[in-house]
Design a protein around this ligand. Sequence first.
Ligand code: ATP
Ligand code: MG
Length: 701
Amino acid sequence: MPIDFSAELNSDQLAAVTSRDRFALVLAGAGSGKTRTLTYRVAWLLEQGVPPWRILLLTFTNKAATEMLSRVEDLTGVPRSEFWGGTFHSIGQRILRTNAELVGRRKDYTILDASDADSLFGKVCKRVNAEFLKGKNAPKPKVIFDLISYARNTRRPLGEIIEERMPWVPDAERVIPLYGEAYAEEKRAQNLCDFDDLLELFLELLENNPSVREQYSKRFRHILVDEFQDTNTLQSEIIRRLISEENSLTAVGDDAQCIYTWRGANYENITRFPETYEGTALHKIEINYRSTPQILDFANSVLASREESLGFSKTLRATRQGGRKPFLVPTIDAYDQARLVIRRISSLVNDEDYSPNDIIVLYRAHVHAKELELELSRAGIPFLITSGVQFFQQAHVRDFVAILRFLVNPTDGVAFSRILALMEKVGPRTAGKTLELAGKIAAKKKVHLFTALSDEAVLKKIPAPALDDYRDFIISLQDMHESLCGKDLEAPAEEPAEAEEDDLFAFAAKNLAAIPSVAETTRVAGTPAEVVRIGLDGWYGDFIRKIYADWQQRGDDLRSLIGFAEKYESLDDLLAQLALLNSETNKEDVDGGERDRPMIRLSTIHQAKGLEYPIVFVIGCAEEMFPLKRAIESGDVDEERRLFYVAATRAKDELYMLYPKIRSSYGEPGLMEASRFVREADPNSYEMLHVSGRSSLRSNR
Ligand code: ATP
Ligand code: MG
């Protein structure tokens, strides 16, 4: 059945879909049908007799590409497998497979995933210059890796980026480029590609091989790109190389939704598009099909209050009618916020015929959702985290929880082993032996296990590169223990069992068991929150700086555990709750079948770009949460504002913005005020909703 293009598209969309101009840029606000326009353009091209393999569709995620192509399949009956559609990386990889030799790889090259790449890079750095890494303030290889990656994606000179980001590190400008070169050489020698290579080598292929370039630019007669505002320089260069005299390029985007500059996205790619591609036909769509007029008014107002007006201005008009103003809901604290969200969800699902699948809860940072995760688990409401890992599943949180577990239960060899494995050259065997030996020494010398762990004989077992970390870890552990028990570690431990020299393991286990667990000790001096704080001020709090590029974010996550711990009377309770939470099945790693179950979604805003949901909750709409404190301190909140705009414009029917008035994340309770993005918007464009702990959002209808 032929598609009635003019019935299903407005005149601006139709013009873009049926454009015969070589270059078309659709520049339009959220929910105005940009993605729909691209989908219909594919269908239209097919109708014009263009074979599917001549169409190249570039999108931001593979999922988006699959969705668009299946939609085209539905519209036209052409199987999606016949198109070339996907992310820049996936297309790069497909093309490199056939041309690997031309860029110094063999066809059977393997792709390094992020952690493989990190570990290879780390090895190379050590080989090239181990001294540099040992320097005071020296960044970890992972941090250096990300810096090099940023330079590659933005195609800016590495030296410039080093100067910008690490001016305080001596010798960085000399050593880091050497790491980069050696790493590139290693990948070549081992026939490997990391993710950036899939773009960089793709571009190199096109740049250095005119015949290959011609082949592809002839082949892809029509190139279509979604979310163009978030392309980086490398990606826009690839497109430029694919364009020749004969092909067409349709790009759609919204400069107000550019949210990936931190990864090298450059919205100038969109503002400069008409200059780069002479004769560009510009299509603006100012009609929004997604949201109610009230939601749209609010979103427009959020953008209107930004200081600097980017490239193109646009005000969206709604096509839908009816609806309610977005709500701003102050809540007492993050738990109250979680409970209000849950209550509203229950009435939406039970009384108002919404499916859980219609609902998404968005947040600026994962850490803002942890109370909600907990309350949803408690309430037995299935949810799916569609962005990354559940808060309590994240490596740094689990590592720190392992320290707490070992503190409370020194026989927990699994926890001990997890912590020690973080240190260089320490594996499970060394960890096991260390604990065993310390147990024996504790028994013999009649000291506490945590004292024995720093005995000279035990220290000798620790590989040299790990020694500093190990020592600091034990000191930190002792500090936490003292706070927890109000007990001096030098005091003798309880009578140890007799030594059974011939069965060391049984011996150690017995003696460890003889050490009173914290729960058994009588005088509990430090509250769980205090103990957590002491732990974070100690070894692990420093350690994350060395191993994670985003240590600030992870540090914030961890510090938020202090407030979290305040809810618990004892560390045992806290740990028990965490263990139960991790055993639930209502989280991300549910298997395929489970995924079909209706579930509400939880996601960071970054991961929700391009999507739409009837009901959207944005939690954590407070100053220092959204915009993040870090952004406020750096004096640049523009990208945060765009992100807020993205969040608000995901909503079709209802938008709820909540924030906790009392901050508990950093241990010191403080009062928070609503996000500036809401306060600066027109006060008539949203409604304040004051709900007491007992009432629900629904009662205000
Ligand atoms: P975003 O900026 O968030 O990526 P977008 O501009 O890509 O948004 P789409 O997702 O394509 O917008 O469209 C938003 C919604 O509006 C979709 O549900 C789409 O089907 C609908 N829509 C778009 N154009 C029309 C139209 N002409 N008639 C009816 N519905 C439309
Ligand atoms: Mg879109």
